[in-house]
Write a protein that binds this ligand. Structure first.
Ligand code: PMP
Length: 304
């Protein structure tokens, strides 16, 4: 990925992709304290638009705040930089990755004396869990690793270090032939996927697990809004893994994963074992929304 054309916004300037490097003694590389976002831009008939940019930037700054990291730019500058990166790389659609990390001034756990750097890159990225999965649904497996306890890495922060836990779960599932992992919290209740929030549909009601140990997903909130607009009841409650076994439908949400149907958990078929009708409806509506075909949410589309 380091060997490609294009530009990355790095500490206030657009630099050629291959030159956007950092030293091997970068503090965040050794201790894992960096905060980041995953954002998508879509093609609309009024040009390319970044979806819910303000919410992503707010979450990035909240993540930094939780970890007492001071981002040396204001939100307006970061938002503008996202647009610059899309334009500079000539992207019509793409995934955007802003990251704030500590530099290489010093080693040792303390961050005192380290400077904070910000990079924003963008590239084309298709269906995160595969185009086939978007249509047929994916097979997932409950991870033997629990999601971090709320008092360990703090789930409101999108913190790089927390993804070591995601990687363990995802490795376990994919090595065993599944598409993705489902993580439970330390009490055994459903938390989320390795990089997605989860929903189920039961008797026409859309149910999301409480997000205690999960990231506060922006796609989750979008789907919540779309479901209510379509007249569905949306409930938030503690869910167990067997609630998913006996659900009529299940799906993952995430900026990268968008709306991905789940057809099987732990070798138990969910519902009809394919993308369910309500999932299909929400998925179609989500794509209408992000591609600017759904009136009423113009504030969520930031044109570049
Ligand atoms: N949970 C985790 C662990 C994630 O990495 C993501 C992706 N950012 C999500 C949930 C979904 O969040 P969002 O919809 O904001 O992308």
């Amino acid at each position: 990925m380091s060997d490609r054309d294009g530009f990355i916004w790095y500490d206030g300037k657009l630099v050629p992709w291959r030159e956007a490097t950092t030293h091997v003694l970068t503090h965040s590389l050794h201790y894992g304290l960096s905060v980041f976002e995953g954002v998508r831009a879509y093609k609309t008939d009024k040009g390319t638009a970044i979806f819910r940019l303000k919410d992503h930037t707010d979450r990035l700054f909240n993540s930094a705040h939780i970890y007492m990291m001071k981002i040396p730019f204001d939100k307006a500058t970061i938002n503008e930089a996202h647009k610059e990166v899309i334009r500079a790389n000539g992207l019509e659609t793409g995934y955007i990755r802003p990251i704030a990390f500590y530099g290489s001034e010093k080693m040792g756990i303390s961050t005192k004396g380290s400077t904070v750097h910000v990079a924003i890159a963008a590239w084309p990225w298709g269906a995160y869990l595969g185009a086939d999965g978007m249509e047929k649904g994916i097979r997932i497996k409950t991870a033997s690793f629990a999601r971090h306890h709320v008092n360990v890495t703090m789930p409101r922060a999108k913190l790089a270090a927390a993804y070591a836990n995601s990687i363990l779960a995802n490795q376990e599932a994919t090595n065993d032939g599944y598409d993705e992992a489902l993580l439970l919290d330390t009490e055994g209740f459903v938390a989320e996927g390795s990089g997605e929030n989860v929903f189920i549909v039961k008797n026409g009601v859309i149910i999301e697990p409480e997000i205690a140990a999960a990231l506060t997903g922006i796609t989750r909130s979008t789907i919540h809004t779309l479901a209510k607009e379509l007249g569905y009841e949306v409930q938030t409650k503690r869910l167990t893994r067997d609630d998913i076994y006996i659900a009529d439908e299940a799906f993952f949400t995430g900026t990268a994963a968008e709306v991905t149907p789940i057809r099987e958990l732990d070798n138990r078929q969910i519902g009809e074992g394919r993308r369910g009708p309500i999932t299909a409806q929400l998925q179609a509506r989500y794509f209408d929304l992000v591609n600017g075909r759904l009136p009423g949410h113009d504030d969520w589309l930031v044109h570049v």
